[in-house]
Ligand binder design. Structure first.
Ligand SMILES: Nc1nc2c(ncn2[C@@H]2O[C@H](COP(=O)(O)OP(=O)(O)O)[C@@H](O)[C@H]2O)c(=O)[nH]1
Ligand SMILES: [Mg+2]
Length: 339
């Protein structure tokens, strides 16, 4: 395994033959003891560093983005009761003393692929399955089996499978025990009940995940939180507000692009465009006397200020681009390619 000097954690213990340090429980076998010839009679315990990719997958509304934000410790992903809130794969990088965990939030498994954007969303899930060292399948209460497409793909995957039963705050102890037993029959590496919303069992899940990661040096620098740009998060935060404030087809028909992002020390100046598919949608988005858009932009600005930790000046316009969800050119422009 390509262990790199920078990523090794050396524990020096003078005169002792063993140094107890563990990420969790029973991992003494993973500790390698070295005798350092340069330092007379010093025993070094070499603790392996672990790093790898963890994909959170599941049906729409399972709570994947909620869990992802909890694990990453930042609100990187939009959470909303409406299905298909997450459109892209977003990497969230967590650094611990002995490990770097790279989480992927993924779009929910779309049952009916009806446009190019859906194709992209399915592609993003499949890509995250192929890369993963650990797969966390987040199940809803009363869900008893993996979706066929996932089960099929998993049979060919080398990743460890963790079944996480979410929303246990909505279930009784007996129901949870019965569901854990049911899922164990599929022989996953582990089954863990949790509540992403209430932060229950999240630390245990992280410890379990670390124990399943391969020994590997960190993939990303320690100060990097994600693979996405500031502009991407601006788009997502504005889109999140549109999901909240509009109904029916509007949230599914829009895209947001940041036209300009200027960081002037204490003030961020942001100009963004909301792209919709029809004039009628534009009218709804703007609302009477611009009231609907104003409300959306104000809420987005507040979230942007919290996210970036500084004052934000936000300008939002609405534009029509017919059928953008089915055009290759728009797909490329809006970052819907699986690479
Ligand atoms: N009661 C309950 N609701 C949850 C829990 N986790 C997530 N939710 C809710 O489920 C909905 C969908 O969450 P989201 O993270 O967007 O799901 P995703 O589509 O799988 O990414 C939101 O309204 C969340 O607040 C949980 O542990 N308990
Ligand atoms: Mg989501």
């Amino acid at each position: 395994m390509g262990l790199h000097a920078e990523n090794l954690r050396l524990l020096l213990q003078i005169g002792a033959s063993h140094c107890a340090l563990s990420i969790e429980g029973n991992n003494s076998s993973r500790q390698k003891k070295l005798r350092c010839t340069e330092q007379n009679s010093v025993i070094c315990t070499l603790m392996s560093f672990r790093s790898g990719f963890v994909s959170i997958i599941g049906l729409p509304n399972a709570g994947k983005s909620t869990l992802y934000n909890k694990l990453v410790g930042e609100k990187l992903s939009v959470v909303n009761p409406k299905a298909q809130t997450t459109r892209h794969r977003i990497l969230g990088i967590v650094n611990r003393e002995q490990a770097q965990i790279i989480y992927s939030d993924t779009p929910g498994l779309v049952r009916r692929v009806s446009n190019k954007m859906h194709e992209h969303m399915v592609g993003a899930v499949m890509e995250s399955l192929d890369d993963a060292d650990v797969l966390v399948y987040l199940a809803n209460p009363k869900e008893h089996n993996l979706p066929e497409a996932i089960a099929d793909r998993l049979s060919r995957s080398k990743a460890s499978l963790v079944i996480a039963l979410n929303k246990i705050d909505l279930a009784t102890q007996e129901q949870i025990e019965a569901e854990v037993e049911g899922w164990r029959k599929l022989n996953p590496t582990a089954v863990i009940p949790l509540s992403a919303l209430h932060g229950f069992n999240i630390i245990s899940l992280e410890q379990l995940i670390i124990s399943l990661l391969p020994e590997h040096p960190a993939y990303f620098p320690e100060d990097q939180l994600t693979d996405r740009t500031d502009r991407f998060f601006v788009n997502e935060i504005i889109r999140g507000k549109i999901l909240t404030y509009y109904s029916q087809e509007i949230p599914y028909s829009i895209e947001v692009i940041t036209q300009s992002f200027k960081d002037n020390k204490n003030l961020l100046k942001i100009q963004a465009e909301v792209i919709c598919e029809r004039e009628s949608q534009k009218a709804i988005l703007i609302g009477q006397n611009g009231r609907a858009l104003k409300r959306t932009a104000t809420a987005a600005r507040q979230d942007l200020e919290a996210f970036f930790g500084k004052q934000v000046f936000l300008e939002v316009r609405v534009k029509v681009r017919e059928d953008w969800r089915d055009k290759d050119s728009s797909m490329r422009e809006f970052g819907y390619q699986n690479d």
